[in-house]
Structure formats: C-alpha cells, structure tokens
Design a protein around this ligand. Sequence first.
Ligand code: HSE
Length: 423
Amino acid sequence: MREVNIALVGLGTVGSGVYKTLSMQKERVEHKEGLTLNLKKVLALEYAIEIDESLKAKDFYTDIAADESIDIVIELIGGISPAKEFILAALKKGKTVVTANKELMAQYWPELNSAAKKSGAGLYFEASVGGGIPILRTIWESLQANEITSVMGIINGTTNYILTKMAEENQSYEAVLKEAQRLGMAEANPKSDVEGYDAMYKLSILSSMAFHARVPIEYIYREGITNITQEDIAYGKELGYTLKLLAISKRRGNTVEARVHPTMIPNAHPLASVRGSFNAIYLHGNVVDDIMLYGRGAGDMPTASAVVSDVIYAANQSSHKHTTFYNEKDASSEMSFENNWESAFFLRLLVADSPGVLAKISNILGKFEVSVASVIQKGQSEDSVPLIFITHKANELSVKSAINEISDIDEVISVANIIRVEN
Ligand code: HSE
C-alpha cells in the first residue's frame, strides 16, 4: 500500500472538515486508490475540535517544513501572511501544497507557481473557487479540447443567500445581512463578501485557468451588493429578471474583460435558479458549448471534499503539472484588459411626475446611442414617481455619459440605481 504523510495547517471551519474527512474516508481511499492517508501533524493557533495530542505541532518551520517524512502540506489558515511564507517554505523543500487560499492564489500565483516548478512540487487549489464544486480540475483535465470564451459564476454564497432572501421574503438588505450574521452565513465584518472582494479573487483564479492567461485582480472591475434595494429586485422581477452578484469574464482574441457586479439575468437563465448559499459556474467552450457546475460553495465538509480530493490527486501523480499562461511575465504586455464593455442596463430613476420628462430622458439616451428595450412608470404622485428603463446592449461609457446628463434634468430627482443586465 502506498502511503502519503500529511501536515494540516489551520483547524478552523474548513480545517476541521478536512480533519474529519481524512479519518472518515481513510478506509475507502485505501480500498479504492490503494493509498493510505497519514495525518502526521496539525498546526493551529486554536483547535476548533479535539484532536490527538501527539499530532499537535508547535512551529511550522521546525515541526513541518524540516520534517523530511511529510509529503503534503495542507494550508487552511487563509490570508496572506504567514500563509505565503509557509507555502513557499514547504514548496522549496519539495513538499506538495494543497490550499483553499483564494486571496493568496489570486495575488501571488506567479511567485508560488514558480517556486513549485523549481522544486517539482505540486501546488493544488481546487478549494479556492466554488468550495466543493470541482471547477478548476474540470477546466484543467476535462475541457482541454476547448477554447473557453466566457465564464459566468455565482461564486459567493453569502451574497447569493442575501439576494435570495431579499427577493423571496421581500426584506431589506440590512435586515437580511443581520439575520445572515446571526446564522453564521455572513462574517461579523462582511466587507469581503458584500463588496465583491471574495468573488474578485475567485474570478481572477477561475478566468486565469479558463483562458490560460493571467487575469490579475487589478484588471477586474468590482462592485458589491450594498446599494441594492428591494425596489431594484422587485422591478427586475416585474420585467422578468433575477438579480445576482455575478462574476463575469470573457475572452476575445487577446482581449479579456473581467467584472464582478450585481447583474439582472432573465428568469429562464440557468443561473437564475441558483438559490441561497449555493454557487454555480456557467462556462462556454467553443467545442462543448455551454456547461454549468452547481453545488455548495462553502462550508466545512463541501470545502473539505475539494481539499482532500486534491490531496489524493496529488498523491497519485508521478510528476506534477504546473499552470502556464500566455502572459507569464507581464500580464498586460501580452493581453489587453477591457474596461468599456457592452452590456444592457437597468436604470431606476425617481422623477417629478410632469409631462415631457420621459421624452427628455429618451432624447439624451438616444443622443448617446443607448436604445431603450422597455420602460415602466409606476403610479401618479405630486412628489416623485419611479421610472425604470431596460436598455438594449450599449457601451458602458456611453451609458455613464448619458446618465450624467440625465441627472442634470430639473425633473430628475435622483438616479436611484444602475444595474447591468446579461441576456
Ligand atoms: N465567504 C465565501 C462565500 C466562502 O460566501 O461564498 C469562502 O470562499
């Protein structure tokens, strides 16, 4: 029987799931893979679950990096430091690393990848995107025959949970966020999730894998869900759309556009049915056409599924494959990154209810070549009435210029929200 000796660094939610999975699946892996998974060391600041005292390590460098018998290090402490130093030390010693650290992978991938190449160690990070959804290996191992031209994903469970609750229970963003925090679905400091940083890191990794071209976070447009109101969701619904925080990237030739923002999608789109904390990634390959992978994007056991599967996969390799990119050295010298993409738009305005306002607004939209697909006006009032437009596909900068001019019209009280629409 082959054996692999493992060190686990970090014993929080995901670490505990990995600890449980390694013992729960031990016999099955021995039987199926002919491989014994030996957990030899665990290093953590706090132990979220009780573990055998003999496994506890005190120092990463002396107890793990210097231990010649350790083959694979699982890094689950998250954040940049000391995770980065630990991973580099392990890779330099020729130890394969399995990590769920999206922030680190998104920001330091070239450095980590080149350390892994140099020593021949493996670097695996399936759990960094989409939790338990096997999306990265699917791209890497099962879609090689394709040129992937677009990726669209719901890759943040917290925001999908919040938007689903707002839509289905007609509650405010603030109320749902509070409830999500009480249930442990959102962090006490929710910024990384609700402002789109988490999705941006994941999109950087996902698009880089899909396009074989590094898509650094500096080139990803990011907008979170903090300005979304019940009104936006309700009017979207009325027009046949569901509101999601989407991570979108597209490649045309050597040009890539990548963006994370609230997006209206038609109710019939497969991503519209992804509810609650679930994630899904929808890809287009030139040979396979459309594919969607769906599952749990977070949580102890789903994420442990990706981590432990990486460990088994790594242990089964005689030599490790490393990622290669068209724009290996300087991301922007080989590729160009678009910031003026085309999209349809949902515009919600509050206007004075007086004759001729609609015509003034339509004129300005027309002047900037923004064509209107549908419009609704609600009610009659002495103060203000909402006016909602859905445009046809238009150029992002043209829409912004039109909106600037529209907000100067006397009867326009406010531009309440502008949300992109993918059809
Ligand atoms: N906070 C993430 C989410 C899970 O809400 O999807 C970890 O990546």
